[in-house]
Design a protein around this ligand. Structure first.
Ligand SMILES: *[C@@H]1O[C@H](CO)[C@@H](O)[C@H](O)[C@H]1NC(C)=O
Ligand SMILES: *[C@@H]1O[C@H](CO)[C@@H](O)[C@H](O)[C@H]1NC(C)=O
Ligand SMILES: *[C@@H]1O[C@H](CO)[C@@H](O)[C@H](O)[C@H]1NC(C)=O
Ligand SMILES: *[C@@H]1O[C@H](CO)[C@@H](O)[C@H](O)[C@H]1NC(C)=O
Ligand SMILES: *[C@@H]1O[C@H](CO)[C@@H](O)[C@H](O)[C@H]1NC(C)=O
Ligand SMILES: *[C@@H]1O[C@H](CO)[C@@H](O)[C@H](O)[C@H]1NC(C)=O
Ligand SMILES: *[C@@H]1O[C@H](CO)[C@@H](O)[C@H](O)[C@H]1NC(C)=O
Ligand SMILES: *[C@@H]1O[C@H](CO)[C@@H](O)[C@H](O)[C@H]1NC(C)=O
Ligand SMILES: *[C@@H]1O[C@H](CO)[C@@H](O)[C@H](O)[C@H]1NC(C)=O
Ligand SMILES: *[C@@H]1O[C@H](CO)[C@@H](O)[C@H](O)[C@H]1NC(C)=O
Ligand SMILES: *[C@@H]1O[C@H](CO)[C@@H](O)[C@H](O)[C@H]1NC(C)=O
Ligand SMILES: CC(=O)N[C@H]1CO[C@H](CO)[C@@H](O)[C@@H]1O
Length: 510
């Protein structure tokens, strides 16, 4: 009798409609408890002063954007400062400029920088940060690394130091930085030397202080091999293992890549399920697995705003972050570079892809606030998430992706994403999927908040829960739509419509 519940009877398939038979109890495939500090940023070294400003000119817009997120999650914001450019940098405290670029490039990823005294001041601006400082390894200048780490940590406000990371994308050293051979065991050896010397020369925490690995994705280097090569002997020092992830490349189609859940989920799980499981199950003490540098799309001269800075990018940001949570990734750091449209915002005016661009909020930002609100709602509770497999037919246009979120083992929120790209063809109505959700026992009403915009490629007319952020308002939101609704639960179910290139956050009101 139980099998043929009222709900199954309701689930007669209607054209374009879909029923999701949610489990009110935490399903077996749900994640472990989500870290309240799941959501973080990475900042490219040359861009760091742009994102904070300096003593005489703090960047109020950018600082408000950071504090918006920690205010909404109710937790500190992990920020990793590092990346390829940082790995090749040296520190010279006597240099008057924050950053000096010997190659004189004005665009793209600059390298071989000299960071001066004013650069480290940036660590003193954010009381809500938890800093992860990447220490350069590529030039193997250990004394400069110690000097740099010491001076930087000295500028951090009380309680804001989180960890040091040694080197960046070291699996790309062979044939790059290192003309000769460079193996994983060479790296482990160098990492161990650095960690020992840094620990002895700095006053760090009394516990593990270092991130290790920071491999670029698509690597044949394995985290488990790194441990077998001796990293495990450093368990007293390894705080987290990190790797990097970029979903696709500039110039690719938004619908086929970022708005393609098969692509998002397959690439993420194929790349990371092994290290996630190894670190959780094979060590005496589990170690968190972090995606320490992440972006929607790389390359193509950083000018593909349609792909990287649109409502569609925001939908990918939500989908990817929730998917990463669901497969056991502990934390993420979404990369920001002044001149990269995949950043959540551009902090100062700059030339990007040959065009002058003003400081502005970029599309991906809306994914951050959406997910910050999920973390905020679960604050102080055991937060878990599960993805609902809606079948292969739901990939491509008309595709719906669903996640259920549990607070202390009770169904609390549901996220629905419609990954069909809406082009806003004149005279056509925005397509949608009608969805019946249940069973919602013990719930009278639900609140439905919406992430939407003019169309899937819109870059500024985007809103989350009726609010929009902009440089003009200095990073404070303004209300632009009244599109949050409250629905009555009828027969333990609700009907909602999720339109093309939109996402809904449905909160159960108990
Ligand atoms: C501080 O920021 C202002 C405005 O961006 C800039 O003109 C000035 O050079 C900066 N000072 C230092 C020491 O970098
Ligand atoms: C975040 O909260 C703090 C403390 O309430 C407040 O001072 C700050 O203005 C808030 N930030 C933003 C951007 O609203
Ligand atoms: C960079 O610019 C400076 C000042 O204009 C010049 O002296 C130097 O040679 C340039 N460096 C390169 C690598 O072009
Ligand atoms: C980096 O710049 C220094 C001068 O500042 C130069 O001596 C060195 O060769 C450069 N290294 C690379 C890898 O470009
Ligand atoms: C979505 O991604 C999958 C896996 O990468 C691919 O096979 C499929 O063709 C993509 N769908 C579209 C509509 O491009
Ligand atoms: C993921 O993609 C790989 C190819 O990269 C393919 O072999 C595999 O079947 C895909 N898995 C799923 C679940 O789509
Ligand atoms: C992890 O442990 C499992 C079970 O003991 C074992 O089968 C597997 O080979 C181990 N993985 C690695 C990479 O060592
Ligand atoms: C997780 O488990 C639930 C309940 O068994 C199931 O409906 C859902 O599709 C599963 N999710 C995935 C991604 O397989
Ligand atoms: C969804 O339901 C609404 C009424 O609630 C109806 O107007 C709309 O046509 C339906 N959409 C689809 C795609 O069936
Ligand atoms: C999408 O919306 C933006 C405004 O936000 C507009 O500039 C653009 O022309 C629209 N695109 C299409 C295809 O209608
Ligand atoms: C928002 O819409 C609701 C009806 O959906 C209405 O009751 C409320 O007054 C509106 N609020 C504003 C500020 O317009
Ligand atoms: C404490 C610890 O894990 N020690 C190990 C260090 O690595 C060697 C070689 O793999 C092992 O034999 C030790 O047991």
């Amino acid at each position: 009798m139980h099998r043929f519940s009222w709900f199954s009877l309701l689930s007669i398939p209607l054209a374009h409609s879909l029923s999701i038979d949610l489990s009110p109890k935490v399903p077996k495939n749900a994640s472990a408890a989500i870290d309240p500090q799941f959501l973080g940023f990475g900042i490219e070294a040359g861009s760091f002063p742009d994102y904070t400003g300096n003593k005489s000119h703090p960047n109020g817009f950018s600082l408000n954007m950071f504090s918006t997120l920690s205010n909404r999650t109710g937790s500190p914001l992990p920020i990793r400062v590092g990346g390829t450019s940082m790995d090749h940098s040296i520190f010279d405290p006597s240099q008057k400029e924050a950053v000096n670029y010997p190659d004189n490039r004005t665009e793209g990823l600059r390298s071989n920088m000299t960071l001066g005294g004013p650069w480290i001041e940036s660590f003193s601006f954010l009381k809500e940060a938890k800093w992860i400082l990447m220490v350069p390894l590529a030039r193997y200048n250990l004394s400069n690394a110690v000097h740099f780490a010491n001076a930087s940590i000295g500028k951090m406000l009380d309680g804001t130091f989180e960890a040091l990371e040694i080197g960046n994308e070291v699996n790309l050293y062979p044939g790059g930085v290192c003309k000769g051979t460079y193996s994983l065991s060479d790296y482990v050896h160098q990492w161990t030397t650095y960690a020992d010397v840094l620990s002895k020369n700095l006053s760090l925490h009394n516990g593990p202080d270092f991130w290790a690995c920071s491999f670029a994705s698509n690597t044949k280097w394995n985290v488990s091999t790194a441990f077998k090569d001796g990293l495990v002997n450093e368990t007293g020092k390894v705080k987290a293992i990190s790797q990097h992830y970029y979903q696709t490349y500039g110039g690719m189609s938004l619908q086929d890549t970022l708005l393609n859940h098969t692509e998002t989920s397959n690439k993420t799980s194929t790349s990371f399920h092994r290290p996630v499981n190894y670190l959780r199950k094979n060590l005496t003490q589990p170690i968190p697995f972090i995606l320490g540098e992440v972006g929607s799309a790389l390359g193509n001269g950083h000018k593909d705003y349609t792909l990287q800075a649109s409502l569609g990018s925001a939908i990918w940001t939500v989908d990817w972050m929730l998917y990463a949570m669901s497969i056991g990734v502990s934390r993420i750091n979404m990369q920001m570079i002044t001149q990269a449209p995949f950043s959540a915002w551009q902090p100062i005016p700059a030339t990007v892809g040959g065009q002058k661009q003003p400081a502005q909020v970029l599309g991906g930002w809306y994914g951050h606030v959406f997910v910050a609100d999920i973390l905020g709602a679960g604050k102080g509770k055991k937060l878990q998430i599960a993805e609902w497999d809606l079948g292969k037919t739901d990939n491509g246009p008309g595709a719906v992706v669903a996640y259920s979120i549990y607070h202390d083992s009770t169904l609390a929120q549901i996220v629905l994403l419609n990954e069909e790209l809406w082009h806003a063809e004149p005279g056509k109505e925005r397509p949608g999927r009608n969805i019946t959700l249940g069973p919602l026992g013990g719930v009278d009403k639900v609140q439905v908040q919406k992430l939407t915009g003019d169309n899937g490629t819109a870059q500024h007319n985007i809103s989350w829960a009726g609010q929009r952020w902009s440089k003009e308002k200095n990073g404070h939101p303004e209300t632009v739509a009244n599109d949050t609704i409250v629905l009555d639960v009828k027969n333990k179910a609700i009907d909602v419509e999720v339109k093309a290139t939109e996402a809904l956050l449905i909160s159960l009101m108990r």
